[in-house]
Design a protein around this ligand. Structure first.
Ligand SMILES: Nc1ncnc2c1ncn2[C@@H]1O[C@H](COP(=O)(O)OP(=O)(O)OP(=O)(O)O)[C@@H](O)[C@H]1O
Ligand SMILES: [Mg+2]
Length: 399
C-alpha cells in the first residue's frame, strides 16, 4: 500500500481559524510517556490546576481549574472568544500555558510532549487524509504503532461498525458525506484507546439533523469505550444533552461547573442564567424580610436568596417556562399582566407580558405557555392574564 503519506501532516483548521497540528504518534524518542505513569486511584483522573494563558496583553485563560473522573464526559461551554479552544490545546499539549499545570492520574504531564500524551483529537473540520480510504484513515495510528495486521483489521472493522459505517471502509473521504467523514475522524481518534478524547466543536459543521443523530452516537460510544472526554461547544443544547458535567466559561474564566441539571436549575451568575436557557431579569428588588422582596410596588415571596442580607438589593429573575398561567388564582405571587404579544412556536407560545410595578413603572416578562392552554383559556394579544411566579422558581442574584 504505497498511498500512505510519507510525512504525515495531519494539519487541521481550528474553529478559531488558526492552523494546528494534531499530536504526532509515539515513535519511541526515549522520553517518558503518560502510559508509563503509575496509577494512583485516589487521584482525580484528569486535573487542570490554575491554568493561565496570555496572548500579548490579553488574558485568554485566567486561573482555570477543574477535574474529571475516568470515563466522564465534560462539555466546555461558553461564547466565542472565551478561551475554550485555548484550554483544549493546552490539555492536548499543542499550546503551552504561562502558569498552572495539567495532571493525569496524579502525575503532572505539563511537560510531556504531545506525542506522548496519547490523546485523541477531533476538530470542527474533518481533516482526514484524502488519499486514504475510511478504513486506512482509522488504521493510520495503529499502523504507525506497528500493531499486527489481523488485530488492526479487527479493530477497524469494529470501529466502522460502532460508528455505523459498515460497508464504507473502502470509500475515500471525497466519496463520504460530512457526517460520515466526521464519524471516520471520531473513529480514528478513538482507535488507539486514548487516555483522553478532546473534541473541539466536532459537530458544528454538520447540518442540524446529522448533528442530532451524531450527538447520541458519540455519547453512546464514549460511554461504551469509557474514554474520558472533553468536548468544546458553544451550543447549550449539545452540552445539556451530552455532558455528565458542564464547565461554563466567560472571558477566560470558569464561572460554574456542574451537572446539566445543576447548571440549568441553579445558574451561579446572571451570565450563566442567560447563556444556558432564557431568563427574565425583573430588576433590582429590596429584601424586606427573610423571604419577601419588594419590586416597585409589588411584593414577591421567594424561597431562595439566603445569601442576600435584609435591607439590601438583589436582582430577581425567573425562567419563561416557570411562569404559571392561572385563570382564577389567589396563590402567593399571583399577578395581573397584560399580553403584549404572542409568538407561535409549535408546542408552545412565547408570550410577552407587561407587569405593572407602580404608577409609571412596568416590567416585561417572557412566558412560555403551552399551546393547549392558550386555546383552552382563550388567551389573546392585548388581553389581561393572571400569572403566578412560584416562589421556589425565582432566582436571586446579589446586586
Ligand atoms: N494564537 C493566538 N494568538 C493571539 N491570540 C489568540 C491566539 N489564539 C487565541 N487567541 C485569543 O484568545 C482568546 C480565546 O480564543 P479561543 O480560540 O480559545 O476562543 P474560543 O472560546 O475557542 O472561541 P470560538 O468559540 O470562537 O472558537 C481570543 O480572544 C482569541 O482572539
Ligand atoms: Mg474555539
Amino acid at each position: 500500500m504505497g498511498q500512505y503519506p510519507e510525512h504525515p501532516t495531519m494539519e487541521t483548521n481550528s474553529p478559531s481559524g488558526d492552523k494546528v497540528s494534531p499530536p504526532r504518534l509515539p515513535h519511541g524518542n526515549g522520553k517518558r510517556g503518560i502510559e508509563d505513569f503509575p496509577v494512583a486511584p485516589e487521584e482525580p483522573y484528569l486535573q487542570a490546576r490554575g491554568i493561565t494563558k496570555r496572548f500579548g496583553r490579553s488574558n485568554a485563560l485566567r486561573d482555570v481549574s477543574f477535574q474529571a473522573d475516568k470515563g466522564e464526559f465534560l462539555c466546555v461551554l461558553g461564547p466565542s472568544g472565551c478561551g475554550k479552544t485555548t484550554l483544549l490545546r493546552i490539555i492536548a499539549g499543542l499550546e503551552k500555558q504561562d502558569a498552572g499545570s495539567v495532571h493525569l492520574r496524579g502525575e503532572d504531564f505539563s511537560n510531556v510532549p504531545v506525542s506522548k500524551r496519547n490523546v485523541g483529537i477531533v476538530f470542527q473540520s474533518y481533516a482526514l487524509f484524502p488519499n486514504l480510504t475510511a478504513a486506512q484513515n482509522i488504521a493510520y495510528g495503529l499502523r504507525i504503532r506497528s500493531r499486527r495486521r489481523a488485530s488492526i483489521q479487527d479493530r477497524v472493522e469494529s470501529l466502522l461498525r460502532l460508528m455505523g459505517l459498515s460497508g464504507f471502509g473502502s470509500k475515500f473521504p471525497a466519496q463520504l458525506s460530512g457526517g460520515q467523514q466526521q464519524r471516520v475522524a471520531l473513529a480514528r481518534a478513538m482507535a488507539l484507546s486514548p487516555h483522553l478524547l478532546l473534541l473541539d466543536e466536532p459537530l458544528s459543521a454538520l447540518d442540524a439533523q446529522v448533528r442530532l443523530m451524531l450527538r447520541g452516537e458519540v455519547k453512546q460510544l464514549q460511554r461504551r469505550l469509557n474514554i474520558t472526554t472533553l468536548m468544546v461547544t458553544h451550543d447549550q443544547e449539545e452540552a445539556l444533552t451530552m455532558a455528565d458535567r458542564i464547565l461554563v466559561m466567560e472571558g477566560g474564566e470558569v464561572v460554574q461547573i456542574g451537572t446539566p441539571m445543576e447548571i440549568y436549575e441553579k445558574p451561579a451568575t446572571p451570565f450563566v442564567a442567560s447563556f444556558v436557557g432564557s431568563m427574565n431579569f425583573m430588576g433590582r428588588a429590596l429584601k424586606e424580610t427573610h423571604r419577601v422582596y419588594r419590586l416597585g410596588e409589588i411584593r414577591l415571596h421567594v424561597s431562595r436568596g439566603d445569601h442576600v442580607t435584609q435591607g439590601s438589593h438583589a436582582t430577581i429573575a425567573i425562567r419563561p417556562e416557570d411562569i404559571v398561567v392561572n385563570r382564577i388564582s389567589h396563590s402567593q405571587n399571583s399577578l395581573s399582566t397584560k399580553v403584549v404579544s404572542l409568538e407561535f412556536r409549535g408546542p408552545l407560545y412565547r408570550a410577552t407580558l407587561s407587569l405593572p410595578l407602580g404608577a409609571a413603572e412596568q416590567c416585561l416578562l417572557q412566558a412560555d405557555i403551552p399551546t393547549e392552554k392558550i386555546r383552552r383559556f382563550g388567551i389573546s394579544e392585548n388581553g389581561q392574564l393572571d400569572v403566578e411566579l412560584p416562589s421556589d422558581r425565582i432566582h436571586v442574584y446579589a446586586a
